[in-house]
Design a protein. Structure first.
Length: 180
């Protein structure tokens, strides 16, 4: 299970686990749903579906007659379900916090349907600690370098730090709620 896919690929797998859908159905979901910022473009969704098919992670629903427009419902294979579950359980890494918080929140969005509570708690604990560590690094940087930054650079940096503090508050609140 070494092959990894994009956040978009895993979002597609998650949606196909909920119910078999065609590529068109998935595009419509992305257009009308907050998940859409990962892409509602046919230029991204259809190639991602093709990649998932080549990996053997999805397959056409057998026996389903195509609707009038050659739409074919897809579903995850056993291999695809294992790949999706493995993605959900990946450890939180520094690079994820520094460059991929949206991907971490996407993973979290599908956890309640697919993981036990203790695995979700481990994820949130790990996320909280990784965000704290990253915030500490950024705050140390700011103490040393703030005077050298132009005002707009310092303010932009402060915006990023404020956003990260917001993620930390969210992770702590989510952890409390999941533990209940």
């Amino acid at each position: 299970m070494n092959a990894r896919d994009s956040d978009l690929g895993y979002a597609l797998l998650a949606l196909l686990q909920q119910a078999p859908r065609s590529g068109y159905d998935l595009r419509k979901l992305f257009e009308t749903n907050p998940i859409g910022h990962f892409s509602d473009s046919p230029g991204a969704i259809y190639p991602a579906l093709g990649r998932l098919r080549r990996r053997g992670w999805i397959e056409p629903l057998s026996g389903g007659a195509p609707s009038g427009r050659r739409r074919q419902a897809l579903r995850p294979t056993a291999l695809g379900r294992r790949a999706f579950r493995a993605w959900l359980q990946l450890p939180v890494e520094h690079k994820d916090v520094a460059h991929g918080l949206d991907g971490l929140v996407l993973r979290f969005a599908f956890m309640s349907e697919n993981l036990e509570r203790r695995a979700i708690v481990r994820f949130l604990d790990s996320l909280r600690e990784a965000v704290r560590a990253h915030l500490g690094n950024l705050e140390r940087f700011r103490r040393v370098e703030a005077a050298r930054l132009p005002p707009s650079g310092r303010l932009a940096f402060d915006s990023g730090v404020a956003g990260l503090r917001g993620y930390l508050r969210w992770a702590e609140r989510a952890l409390r709620e999941i533990k209940r």
